[in-house]
Design a protein around this ligand. Structure first.
Ligand code: PNS
Length: 160
């Protein structure tokens, strides 16, 4: 049985921090199911379809990476996909509380679900999609923080 982990997120937009987690996750698992949350309640910069296209471009067609979208509870999606390991990146102390609560809530909802955290590499610990969006919107240069296709999409979005 191939070992598959679920890597969920908003990915609005995908960053080099996300890509690093994907690449490192692939050293531990045979494949990753990268799942983009469809959250109609949250204003997003890129539509969920755009985010999938951006992730697809960024992972460069690696056959070990499957991309899907999901709505509602993550544990339900994990059950549906028959995956019980959730992979998450952990950047700093500030991420810890939220991630700790989420991992425990998910395990409470389904005791088979384990969350595995990868510490974000030193080059990426300060990168977040929110800051990338804000900096790009305000005309700052996000080169090196996001994959090339995401940089191009941000430039197009903000017409620079
Ligand atoms: O990239 P993000 O925004 O940090 O990802 C958060 C995500 C998508 C993993 C999380 O919000 C999620 O799993 N949402 C689905 C709803 C859910 O299952 N909530 C209960 C867990 S606390």
């Amino acid at each position: 049985m191939p070992r598959i982990a679920l890597y969920p997120g908003s990915f609005d937009p995908p960053t080099n921090g996300h890509l690093s987690i994907i690449q490192r996750g692939l050293k531990m698992f045979d494949g990753l199911l990268v799942a983009v949350l469809k959250n109609p309640a949250k204003d997003s910069l890129f539509s969920v379809e755009e985010r999938v296209v951006l992730l697809k471009g960024a992972v460069g067609g690696d056959p070990r990476v499957t991309l899907k979208t999901f709505e509602g509870l993550l544990v339900k999606f994990a059950q549906q996909e028959k995956v019980n390991t959730v992979l998450r990146g952990l950047r700093a102390v500030s991420d810890f509380e939220y991630e700790f609560q989420m991992a425990n809530m998910n395990r409470k909802l389904d005791k088979e679900i384990e969350t595995l955290f990868l510490m974000t590499g030193e080059d990426y610990f300060y990168i977040s999609s929110r800051f990338v969006r804000d900096v790009a919107r305000l005309g700052g240069d996000v080169t090196g923080l996001v994959p090339g296709n995401v940089l191009a999409a941000l430039q197009k979005k903000f017409k620079r």
